[in-house]
Structure formats: C-alpha cells, structure tokens
Design a protein around this ligand. Structure first.
Ligand SMILES: [Zn+2]
Length: 83
C-alpha cells in the first residue's frame, strides 16, 4: 500500500459560478402561467422543464414554475412535447 490514491483527486474541477434564482431576484411570489415567453426559457428544446441545476432556480420557485409550465401546457401556451 504505497501508491497514494489521493494525490490524483480533484484534478481539473471546473469552477462553477453560483447561480441565483431569477424569481427571488425579481421578488416574484406567484409565477404567471400566461407569460409563455418567460416560461419558454425554463423548458428545453423537447418541451421539458429544465432542472434546477441548469437554471439556478430555488426549490420554492422551481415548484411554482413546474405548476405554471403545466398550466401553460394545458391551455396550449407551451407544448407537451416538441414536434
Ligand atoms: Zn426563488
């Protein structure tokens, strides 16, 4: 047991900037499902809701956002799946 395994750890770890929740910054309490252009930024090209790790949205607002996106889909403002 001479080889030091720990010597090669943590090599080239990309520094990631701390993302901040855009809704917290704006002081948004309820996310409007009718703002489809805004909601469109939180869904990917397949029409799926982007994960928090991509957008930086906080847990509280991510939940509200998911509800808003689903409502927007229901009234056909957003696609369920990209064509
Ligand atoms: Zn937030």
């Amino acid at each position: 047991m001479q080889g030091n395994v720990n010597s090669q750890r943590r090599q080239q770890q990309p520094r990631r900037r701390k993302k901040i929740c855009a809704f917290c910054v704006d002081g948004v309490h309820t996310i409007d499902y009718k703002q489809s252009d805004m909601l469109g930024r939180y869904v990917n090209e397949f029409g799926r809701i982007k994960p928090r790790r991509q957008t930086g949205t906080c847990a509280k607002h991510q939940r509200a956002l998911a509800v808003a996106v689903k409502r927007a889909r229901h009234i056909a403002l957003l696609p369920f799946v990209a064509e």
